[in-house]
Design a protein around this ligand. Structure first.
Ligand code: TXD
Length: 320
């Protein structure tokens, strides 16, 4: 246990070769992290994207193979499977509105992937994130540490960016944390945000902090409303790439992820965003914060909205 995956011939499968999936394939190859298998239901499309990315190999300076396919046999023995398949948001559609369509897609693609990669670590990206992560975990039958959702790294990066812009400081000096569900009740935590070690509560007034937290909560919607035809994909791909690297290189990164809770924070049998230790075993630890009563109530409210949607998805899938 806790040994990095030995060879450097890692394979990452990405299911869903749309905006997030294709951008993530590019990031993984450019960072020389792994060979990539890009799967989509649309024939020819993942093959075209893989070929296009391969044409850039010499320019991007890597030797990573990127294969596009519609056949899950090509995904066999992946170290990591990332699931982005589904539909994205459009103006007027909340993440929760996507449940009906995406639940079916996520369960189906996960079942196909696990048949070929029973030992992989699964990272779910499809929205509504915490609900889809729960469904995918059920579909894999894996221990919960091997299944996780990507959202907190992205939401925290948005919070980090907005703090840096507001204060006019270098973004890499800013640390920020967002927990809770990846939806309307996500929880940027100003108490745990700092610049060069100084809590932001000493650098900004309450109203400014509240404005930044609000922009973080609606960071995805701000992009959807500008683009109109879909959502964000560049920062989401970077966030997922960070998680892939943390796992493949056994980095023990302390990052927020949608993780399975078994009593932590007084919550059970749910996936929700919490700080985690991420390494080659997947979620190696859920880190419990000393939340205030108010923060704990907000996390529980966030968890009950995820729970309601898990139940709704179960009904839609005919599980209940
Ligand atoms: O923080 C986060 N977790 C997120 C989540 C950040 C950004 C995007 N987020 C969600 O990811 C978004 O709301 C969507 O639910 C997914 C994918 O977003 P993306 O922007 O990449 O959507 P696209 O471009 O429409 O790509 C989806 C692809 C598309 O190519 C479809 O043909 C494919 O999914 N798809 C399938 N592939 C394989 N198998 C099946 N059944 C299938 N159905 C659709």
């Amino acid at each position: 246990p806790n040994q990095p995956i030995a060879c450097n011939d890692h394979r990452v499968t990405i299911i869903g070769a749309g905006n997030v999936g294709s951008t993530l394939a590019h990031r993984i190859a450019q960072h020389n992290l792994a060979n990539v298998v890009l799967v989509d239901i649309v024939e020819g499309m993942p093959q075209a994207i893989a070929l296009d990315l391969t044409h850039a190999q010499g320019l991007d300076r890597h030797n990573r193979q990127i294969k596009g396919t519609n056949d899950y046999a090509d995904t066999a023995n992946s170290d990591i499977v990332v699931i982005t398949a589904g539909i994205p948001r459009k103006p007027g559609l909340s993440r929760d509105d996507l449940i009906q369509i995406n639940a079916k897609i996520v369960v189906e693609v996960t079942q196909k992937a696990i048949a070929y990669s029973p030992d992989a670590i699964y990272i779910i990206i499809t929205n509504p994130l915490d609900v889809m992560t729960y469904l995918a975990w059920q579909a894999t039958g894996l221990p919960p540490n091997r299944v996780m959702g990507m959202a907190g790294v992205l939401d925290a990066a948005r919070f980090q960016t907005f703090i840096a812009i507001e204060l006019g400081v270098c973004v890499t000096d800013v640390r920020a944390l967002v927990i809770g569900d990846h939806g309307d009740s996500m929880m940027p935590l100003p108490r745990y945000a700092s610049v060069g070690g100084i809590p932001i509560t000493e650098l900004m007034d309450r109203a400014t902090i509240e404005r930044i937290c609000d922009r973080t909560r609606h960071g995805g919607a701000e992009i959807v409303n500008l683009r109109k035809t879909g959502g964000a994909y560049s920062a989401p791909a970077s966030a997922a790439c960070l998680m892939v690297e943390a796992i493949l290189h056994n980095q023990s990164r302390l990052v927020p992820a949608s993780a399975y809770l078994q009593g932590e924070y007084g919550l059970n049998d749910i996936f929700i965003g919490v700080p985690t230790l991420l390494g080659c075993q997947g979620i190696e630890k859920v880190v419990e914060l000393n939340l205030t009563d108010e923060e704990r109530d907000a996390l529980h409210a966030s968890a009950s909205s995820v729970r309601q949607n898990i139940d709704r998805a179960g009904v839609l899938l005919g599980n209940c």
